[in-house]
Design a protein around this ligand. Structure first.
Ligand SMILES: NC(=O)c1ccc[n+]([C@@H]2O[C@H](COP(=O)([O-])OP(=O)(O)OC[C@H]3O[C@@H](n4cnc5c(N)ncnc54)[C@H](OP(=O)(O)O)[C@@H]3O)[C@@H](O)[C@H]2O)c1
Length: 284
């Protein structure tokens, strides 16, 4: 029996996830197939219930359902509850458990890429879902503090206050995104751009004094692969990376939860390269 896994979202036509997971199923000779389902809000309960089928491994969840889906699951793990978003559902004999692999995927990619914020202060620009995952990953990797700067300051404050009780090892602060345009007292170890500006061909203004040659600037968007945020950071002497590593590793962690197997990352990378060559894709 061919097993099934799904992406639930709207829109989903642009997603790289089917390309990634189907390439890994094929490479590992697993008889399974991943399909993106365009699901309207009012269809969500019925579609989620369908995941309990015997042949279903589970699903990924993307916008706009990451929060709403929690109500239809049998269990939700701590990370997903704290982040307020489920991106992975596992079906175990009809019981559905939800989790979030975004923060763990970012942390794993950072570790494999030699990016170590332990004992250092870091900055996250933005206060949406990706910012929450970045804060969680930085705390997990031992950053001493994370300063969250956002266009809507109240949202930055809300993110910090809602995560503070869960992340006691890290000092969490908030402020306005414009603060990034001001000279820094000293360069930061790590600056993460979790605003959606990069995805739209724009960039937050970050003063060059925020960077030194030891700094790393991580753009969470990956399409386009090079953003204004990355270019400016490099010009100021920092190492700059995009969000492709996070995308691939959050996908790998979901795959591992469904199959108990580790997907070959070179197969994922080749699939992304093929997809980039054949079309202009935009999101996970
Ligand atoms: N690599 C990956 O696997 C991965 C995964 C998830 C997301 N991402 C990327 O992460 C980014 C954020 O995604 P998200 O899901 O967190 O989105 P989101 O929840 O919609 O949050 C968007 C953030 O961008 C800010 N923003 C939007 N327009 C802005 C503008 N004109 N000027 C300044 N700030 C602006 C928002 O500020 P306000 O609060 O003031 O509106 C908010 O902080 C996107 O580029 C997305 O592609 C990557």
């Amino acid at each position: 029996m061919t097993q099934r896994a799904y992406l639930l979202g709207r829109p989903v036509a642009h997603s790289l996830s089917p390309t990634l997971h189907n390439a890994a199923f094929t490479a590992l000779h697993i008889d399974a197939w991943y399909t993106a389902l365009d699901v309207a809000v009012d269809e969500l309960p019925r579609v989620v219930d369908g995941l309990r089928a015997q042949d279903c491994l589970g699903a990924n969840v993307t916008a706009p359902h990451k929060q709403a889906v929690m109500a239809y699951l049998d269990a939700v793990d701590d990370a997903a509850l704290a982040l307020g978003a489920v991106n992975t559902i596992v079906n175990t004999s009809g019981r559905l458990s939800g989790g979030n692999t975004d923060a763990a995927g970012l942390a794993r990619w950072m570790q494999l890429s030699g990016i170590d914020p332990s004992g250092q202060p870091a900055v996250v620009l933005g206060a949406g879902g990706a910012a929450r995952s970045a804060i969680w990953a930085l705390a997990d990797l031992g950053a001493t503090s994370v300063t969250v700067l956002n266009r809507t300051v109240e949202r930055a404050e809300h993110v910090v206050t809602s995560l503070r009780n869960r992340l006691r090892s890290v000092d969490l602060m908030w402020g306005a995104l414009e603060e990034a345009a001001e000279p820094a007292r000293r360069p930061w170890c790590l600056v993460v751009n979790a605003t959606s500006l990069g995805h739209h061909g724009a960039a937050p203004t970050v003063h060059p004094s925020w960077y030194s040659p030891d700094s790393v600037a991580i753009e969470l968007a990956y399409n386009p692969p090079e953003t204004g945020f990355m270019v400016a950071a490099r010009e100021a002497g920092a190492r700059a990376e995009n969000g492709l590593g996070m995308l691939l590793h959050q996908a790998a962690l979901a795959f591992e939860r469904w199959t108990g197997r580790v997907p070959p990352m070179d197969v994922y990378e080749a699939a992304v390269t093929r997809a980039a060559l054949s079309t202009t894709r935009t999101d996970a």
